[in-house]
Every structure is written in structure tokens, then in C-alpha cells.
Design a protein. Structure first.
Length: 125
């Protein structure tokens, strides 16, 4: 009788583990950041796109390029858009990664990055 209980417990634990992994893999991320091109020539434009999963607690989204500039969009919870897109013109040599920063009603911050390489810069910049 003890062996049957142990086998049943082992099977149950295995199924719970599989279910936890499945849920973690199948659940989309709450925030994603993409750029129109991973490499941009200095002085040209770059599009940054943020995808935000609908959530009643979503309140604000900052879209930007490190060491350059950013833009803020207010989000009205689940009524907010899912995709936000900003074109940044005249990207300088000093520009860093693109980012999307989501803030919720509790003040929690979620951050997603996308790499950008700025080409056409000489060492004097």
C-alpha cells in the first residue's frame, strides 16, 4: 500500500511541475520592446515599439532611447492600447539602448530593452 501512495504522490508532483512550466512558458510577457532596426546611422531615425499586455493596473508608459530622449504615454488600465510606437529623429552617436518602462497603479516599474548600435560615428564624437 505504501508503494502505491508514493507512486501516486510522485505522479501528482510531476503533473504539477509540468503544469507550472506550461503556464510560465505559455503566458506572454507583460512588456516587450522592439526597434525598427538594430543598427542605425547617426542622424537618422529609429522607431521604438512597445507591446503592453492589457492589465487593469497599467497607468503609464515611457518610451525612449538611453542618453537621448523619451516620450510618455498615459494608459487607462485595460482600456489602453496594446501597441505604442514612437519615431525618434536624428539619433546621436551617444544614443544607448531603446527602452519601454511601464508603471502600474501601485507604483511598480517594469522595464524592457532593445539594443541599438549607432553607426557612422568617428572617434571625435
Amino acid at each position: 500500500m505504501r508503494d502505491k501512495e508514493l507512486a501516486l504522490l510522485t505522479t501528482f508532483c510531476g503533473l504539477m511541475f509540468f503544469l507550472a512550466v506550461f503556464v510560465a512558458v505559455a503566458t506572454p510577457g507583460r512588456l516587450a520592446c522592439k526597434v525598427s532596426a538594430p543598427m542605425v546611422m547617426a542622424g537618422n531615425s529609429e522607431r521604438v515599439t512597445c507591446s503592453v499586455a492589457r492589465n487593469e493596473e497599467n497607468r503609464g508608459l515611457t518610451i525612449g532611447i538611453e542618453n537621448y530622449t523619451s516620450s510618455f504615454a498615459q494608459i487607462d488600465g485595460e482600456a489602453g492600447r496594446v501597441t505604442y510606437e514612437v519615431w525618434f529623429k536624428k539619433v546621436p552617436c551617444e544614443a544607448g539602448a531603446a527602452y519601454c518602462q511601464l508603471v502600474d497603479s501601485r507604483g511598480r516599474i517594469m522595464l524592457s530593452h532593445a539594443s541599438i548600435t549607432v553607426a557612422g560615428c568617428d572617434e571625435s564624437h
